[in-house]
Design a protein around this ligand. Structure first.
Ligand code: NAP
Length: 322
């Protein structure tokens, strides 16, 4: 079948190991099903894989891609949940120490067909296009869990989203606004601040700027560059929800004194569960909120999409269609 896959790693030239061609049909173990892919979206994870981060040499060649929407074996329209937990695991899949993401241990979604455990498909409502649905399983699910599960945010509360141009950050802005939160954002870039306001942010500030109010929670994926500002933005008892460290994981000042004195909570978050993906899909169906698609390309032109992400050209998701 047609597939987009990695056959080698390069830290400096990740596109060198990217292949667009033919791969065998996926194995379908007992309890698994096959999804015919209609649309799949690109993540930084796919570039990390080509750099050899999170993917073992013995696993090559590996079909890339975590996110997809398509048809299940009975022709139903579905969204694929990318977190594959151990068959013996029950409960929150993100807590399974043996979990993996599609394209790490099992072949990924940039192909005609992808095999997943039966419980890893969620019905796609007709109101969402395949392209929109394919944006949800990674960055959007991460933002959903950060806001509503780990961040416990409720309508009427105020959230600060750091680094407004990021994939998780833009999702958090749209979802936060749709859920009735007051959404403040920061970005280093004036154009990105303007885009964030168009997406639904109430107010946009330069990175590090003094805010007019203290916030209930911060959605933090930038790390070192914004950590201090995030801690200082919180009201007493507020929480910082962290899922990434784009600018680096090592802090100049962890702000421990403020954390204990103001009784702040630091909460980690990673990906999301199958049920949270179903909740996210249902929320978009009910509210009309939609993921931001930067561009849609035929999967045969996937290399152009990877090059755009490598060059940091996108604002929103890059989607491949079949
Ligand atoms: N744990 C999980 O499940 C999970 C899931 C998805 C992603 N992640 C992680 O989350 C992080 C963000 O991923 P993403 O795809 O959303 O991000 P992204 O698209 O790479 O963007 C991150 C944002 O960080 C900001 N930024 C970068 N360097 C900065 C600096 N030096 N100072 C201030 N701001 C800076 C930029 O905002 P401005 O240009 O607007 O200032 C940028 O838009 C990554 O580390 C990723 O690995 C984790």
């Amino acid at each position: 079948m047609f597939a987009v896959y990695a056959d080698s790693f390069s830290k400096d030239d990740p596109l060198a190991g990217l292949q667009v061609g033919e791969r065998p049909e996926p194995d379908v173990p007992d309890g698994w099903t096959t999804v015919s892919v209609k649309a799949a979206s690109l993540n930084h994870h796919d570039l990390f894989s080509l750099r050899g981060v999170g993917l073992r040499e013995e696993a090559l060649p590996m079909i890339l891609g975590c996110d997809a929407a398509g048809h299940d074996e009975d022709g139903n329209e579905v969204v694929v949940h990318a977190v594959i937990s151990d068959p013996s695991w029950t409960g929150d899949e993100t807590f399974d120490p043996k979990r993996s993401l599609l394209s790490e241990r099992y072949q990924g979604t940039f192909a005609e067909r992808v095999a997943v455990p039966r419980r890893n498909v969620v019905p796609k409502p007709a109101s969402l296009s395949f392209e929109e649905a394919a944006c949800l399983p990674t960055a959007w699910l991460t933002a959903y869990r950060m806001l509503f599960t780990r961040g416990q945010l409720r309508a009427g509360e105020t959230v600060l989203v750091q680094g407004a141009g990021g994939g998780v950050a833009t999702a958090a802005i749209v979802l936060g606004r749709a859920a009735g939160l007051r959404v403040l954002v920061t970005s280093r870039d004036e154009a990105k601040r303007a885009r964030a306001l168009e997406l639904g942010a109430h107010e946009a500030f330069e990175s590090g700027a003094r805010l007019p109010v203290k916030v209930d929670a911060v959605i933090e994926t930038v790390g070192r560059a914004t950590w201090s500002h995030s801690i200082r933005a919180l009201r007493p008892g507020g929480r910082i929800v962290t899922s990434g460290t784009t600018s680096g994981p090592n802090l100049d000042d962890a702000e421990l004194t403020r954390i204990f004195f103001l009784q702040l909570s630091v909460v980690g978050s990673t990906m999301g569960t199958r049920d949270e993906l179903a909740g996210l899909v249902s929320m978009l169906d009910a509210t009309g909120a939609r993921p931001l698609v930067d561009r849609t390309l035929p999967m045969t032109e996937a290399r152009d999409g990877f090059a755009a992400m490598l060059g940091g050209e996108q604002f929103g998701k890059i989607v491949f269609t079949r």
